[in-house]
Design a protein around this ligand. Structure first.
Ligand code: PMP
Length: 387
């Protein structure tokens, strides 16, 4: 295990004078704390003996039913028996990896991919093979080619890990036709798909992409989370898995945490039952859309020629590629001196690629700070181009 580049950055980036476009912290300032506060009070008063007790390893049954409702907008019709509640979707990633991976097994993942997943994969000694993506998401032909190449080398592919909607860090969304193709290729090659979807409801165009899992309950394990649509501090996520896998997931979960925290689960459950959660999600969408607009506008106005970036239709991130010859990691100390931080692209590859790229997050800073951050970043890039 090694510290991720994101992690070692947090100390510097959190200084108040630095505009951090680095972290992916959700903006929870819109949460009604008074509502959550009285809900928690009531929870302890009325259901304290359950909320403060151990619970089921698979998770609270009522919450698992509510999670099935939460997945309806992305087209998923599921049975609560197939849902396992986890400590954030990060634990679901850990459990899935633990169940499937023997050292040296191959995981296919987009290039770039989520840094937290790469860390988990590495900790189980999986070998990650990246598959190219473009502005429409994972490229199906590249997926077929990667499967063939890995198998020709005699290695075992255990699964494809994909973030089809509002990708972290790439900021792109897989089109519907690509989703169908990726599913078809995975079926034919018998490669399990891990669909990681924490941002799926946070689209800005009023449209919610249909999950890959909506079209195949056997080939796909779907991971969800309340971290971006409610509160990451509660650490409540889930895995929706075919029956046989679900049994192993629960065993693995019990071996690691006995059960997910009852208190957090019941807090989420009461919130979903008693409040207009979808209205809250819409508010989050509005906030992030405004910030996405601020970032794209600032980039359009201020970035020097030669830089290019993605235009996300949801989620938290823009992926920016620097003009030829500039290394994002080498530039970072100078950016921090100029009071702006980002995550260098190499953090999102298992194999050292991505040195010309960076992830910019617009989720946390205000629109004004985003513009100021982009202004400082553009200055540093221009200085770098003069060197
Ligand atoms: N997957 C992706 C793609 C993420 O961006 C994150 C959080 N940054 C997670 C999983 C983990 O989220 P959590 O454990 O809070 O549910």
């Amino acid at each position: 295990m090694t510290a991720s580049e994101v992690r070692s950055l947090f100390a510097v980036a959190s200084r108040p004078e630095v505009v951090s476009l680095a972290g992916g912290m959700p903006n929870i300032s819109g949460l009604p704390l008074d509502v959550v506060g009285s809900l928690v009070n009531d929870l302890v008063a009325k259901r304290g003996m359950t909320a403060l007790q151990y619970g089921s390893g698979q998770g609270d049954p009522a919450l698992r039913e509510q999670i099935c409702d939460v997945m309806r907008p992305v087209g998923i019709v599921a049975h609560p028996d197939d849902v396992t509640v986890t400590v954030g979707s990060q634990q679901a990633l850990d459990l899935v990896t633990r169940i499937f991976i023997d050292p040296g097994d191959v995981i296919l993942a987009e290039a770039p991919s989520y840094v937290g997943a790469l860390g988990t994969f590495r900790s189980y000694q999986a070998s990650v093979v990246h598959v190219e993506m473009d502005e429409h998401g994972l490229v199906p032909e590249r997926l077929s080619a990667a499967i063939a190449a890995v198998r020709a080398s005699g290695k075992t592919i255990k699964f494809l890990y994909t973030i089809p909607s509002y990708h972290n860090p790439a900021g792109v969304t897989m089109t519907a036709s690509r989703r169908a193709e990726v599913l078809e290729i995975s079926r034919r090659a018998d490669v399990l798909v891990i669909e990681d979807d924490p941002y799926g409801l946070l689209g800005f165009d009023g449209e919610v992409p249909r999950a890959i899992r909506a079209d195949d309950a056997e080939q796909v394990i779907y991971l969800g989370s309340f971290s971006k649509t409610f509160a990451p501090g509660l650490r409540v996520g889930w895995a929706l898995a075919p029956h046989a896998v679900r049994e192993k997931l629960v065993l693995a979960a019990e071996n690691s945490v006995l059960c997910p925290p009852a208190f957090s689960q019941l807090t989420v459950s009461e919130y979903l039952a008693g409040h207009d959660w979808m209205a809250q999600v819409k508010d989050f969408r509005e906030t992030y859309r405004e910030r996405r607009d601020a970032m794209l506008e600032a980039l359009d106005d201020l970035m020097p020629a030669g830089a290019h970036w993605t235009r996300p239709s949801g989620g938290f991130y823009v992926w920016l590629t620097l003009p030829d010859g500039i290394d994002a990691k080498a530039m970072l100390p100078r950016a921090v001196t100029n009071r702006v931080a980002y995550v260098p692209g190499t953090a999102f590859f298992a194999d050292g690629f991505g040195s010309r790229s960076m992830r910019l997050s617009y989720c946390y800073p205000t629109p004004e700070r985003i513009r100021e951050g982009v202004r400082r970043l553009a200055q540093v890039i221009e200085q770098e181009m003069e060197l």
